[in-house]
Design a protein around this ligand. Structure first.
Ligand code: ATP
Length: 439
């Protein structure tokens, strides 16, 4: 029988990681004789929900098991969660969902909604009941939302892969030790098949996180072969306790699917809004750049935050009258909503017409005003003329119509980088690449 096991919300800001629990389970389950039907799935959920610990990820294992083994497998999973989840953290509310057989459309649709919006626990519980699943929710049980979404996720559409490597427990919390030269060499060799290894602007290596979690590094790419090759090339300078390849919706823009009018966008949800720039960009304290965008239903602030680096330079070049499509997550403070920009498409550029001083009719030199209504004087030859006036000039915008995305270091897990445009693929079942995990 085909068994799907979704897990979520096991970690805390102090440590842990749901993917690590799963990577350990893979070894134990394989020793038990289960046949994996897919790589472990790492589903990134709506990045704007306020309850997330870090990257709002949930995980699903899919396997063929003998019906007689199901009970043993379930116990192994429950023991792993109960033994390793960070229960002491107030905000950790683990959830485990077991589902057998094919994945119904209702579960896939639910999963999409968890990636693209905000759902309630009641909805998840109802669906678990309807789909005949079996679930265990701990504490406030919120983790069931992500666990169920993971079960229903990655059954259709674009996907990517990530090889994740894990540290020995005794090293967790100390700085990660990696040979950065090997990461750059890997990036140069595999740049067509992997993405976001190194930030092109700052040169910073991006594959290693910075928190107390057990991940040493992760490389994202188009195929299991590519990320395995990356794993072979990157030289860790500390022991790798285990590693596994995950299939994921990272780098696919799975969260950015709905175009909305300004009056339809909801707090904590991703949105795509097209409109006209109605208030010129201004830079506020902290280096964040904000402009006003309006459509026929209302106006909203769009923000390019300081970490988006050079992307802010592009945003600063906008002027009222430009048509843009803004992609991002909606934040709400009081009654004010802000679209936190993840990408921006400039659809149409307004003409930037500026009034400039006339050129000198005698020598073509630059003229300066002699005071309001008093005409102009040439700086070069001294010619004076009281009949001349400023004249309109169309200024080069220094900006092109097109798609703009912040640099890799500022992208969210789900953001599709420019290098992936045109690489989208459909999910097809097939043999798993070997090896896809190890200890
Ligand atoms: P972890 O590695 O433990 O998964 P995380 O950063 O992914 O860490 P969680 O600790 O899982 O974050 O917290 C996210 C919580 O929010 C989970 O309980 C999850 O079920 C819930 N959640 C995620 N997405 C949504 C959503 N779209 N609507 C409602 N709840 C959500």
């Amino acid at each position: 029988m085909l068994l799907h096991i979704g897990l979520d919300d096991t970690d805390s800001p102090e440590g842990g990681c749901t993917t690590y629990i799963v990577a350990r389970l893979v070894e134990e389950l394989e020793a038990l004789g289960v046949m994996f039907a897919d790589y472990p799935n790492l589903l990134r959920l709506n990045p704007n929900v306020p309850w997330k610990t870090r990257g709002n990820g949930a995980v699903c294992l899919r396997m063929e098991v003998e019906p007689a083994m199901e009970g043993v497998v379930r116990k192994m999973v429950v023991d792993a969660v109960e033994g390793q989840a960070e229960f002491q953290c107030e905000n950790t509310n683990p959830g485990v969902v077991f589902h057998t057989g094919e994945i119904p459309d209702s579960l896939m649709d639910f999963s999409d909604r968890v990636v693209q919006g905000v759902v309630t626990l009641e909805e998840a519980l109802r669906l678990i009941n309807d789909a005949g699943g079996h679930a265990i929710g701990y504490k406030n049980m919120r983790g069931l939302i992500g666990a169920l979404a993971a079960v229903g996720g990655l059954q259709r559409g674009d996907h990517t892969f990530e090889v994740l490597t894990y540290r020995s427990p005794e090293n967790c919390g100390s700085p990660r030790m990696l040979d950065e030269g090997s990461v750059r060499a890997m990036d140069a060799a595999l740049c067509d098949a992997t993405f976001n290894n190194v930030d092109p602007e700052s040169g910073r290596v991006l594959i290693a996180p910075h928190g107390p979690d057990p991940v040493l590094y992760g490389v994202r790419g188009e195929t299991p072969e590519a990320v395995y090759r990356a794993y072979e090339m990157v030289k860790p300078l500390e022991p790798v306790e285990r590693w596994a390849i995950f299939r994921s919706n990272q780098g696919t823009d799975a969260h950015l699917r709905y175009r909305s009018n300004v009056d339809e966008i909801e707090a904590y949800s991703p949105a795509i809004v097209s409109g006209e720039v109605t208030e010129a960009p201004r830079t506020i304290k902290g280096g964040h750049v904000i402009f006003g965008l309006s459509d026929e239903t209302g106006r909203i602030d769009c923000a390019a935050y300081e970490p988006t680096g050079s992307f802010r330079e592009v945003v600063r070049k906008l002027i009222p009258g430009d048509a843009v499509r803004a992609y991002g997550g909606v934040r709400e403070e009081g009654s004010r909503r802000t679209l936190n920009l993840e990408k921006m498409e400039v659809l149409k550029l307004a003409e930037d017409v500026q009034l400039v001083n006339p050129a000198c009719p005698e020598c073509s030199g630059t003229m300066e005003s002699m005071g309001r209504g008093k005409g102009y004087r040439c700086r070069r030859c001294g010619h004076r003329d009281s009949n001349l006036e400023k004249h309109p000039v169309v200024v080069d915008r220094g900006l092109e119509v097109g798609l703009y995305i912040p640099p890799a270091k500022a992208q969210r897990h789900l953001t599709k980088p420019l290098s992936r445009y045109g690489m989208e693929k459909e999910y097809m079942h097939g043999e798993l690449f070997q090896p896809w995990h190890g200890a």
